[in-house]
Write a protein that binds this ligand. Structure first.
Ligand code: ZN
Length: 60
């Protein structure tokens, strides 16, 4: 399973902290910090999100 960043669509998240407040994830690729992440077994989903992001912003 991979954890995908909802902001940039890359599987570049790591666990920042966890505990009673819940898990907080941080993205190595962008500035995203939060407890909402996309969990997927499918690497293709990550690729699709990345393609969508590229189309929105016009850059990688
Ligand atoms: Zn990100």
């Amino acid at each position: 399973m991979v954890l995908i960043c909802p902001q940039c669509g890359k599987a570049a998240l790591y666990l920042e902290t966890g505990g009673v407040m819940g898990d907080i994830y941080r993205c190595k690729n962008c500035t995203y910090i939060g407890n909402f992440v996309i969990e997927s077994d499918d690497e293709e989903l990550s690729n699709e999100l990345r393609e969508g992001h590229r189309a929105e912003t016009g850059k990688f």
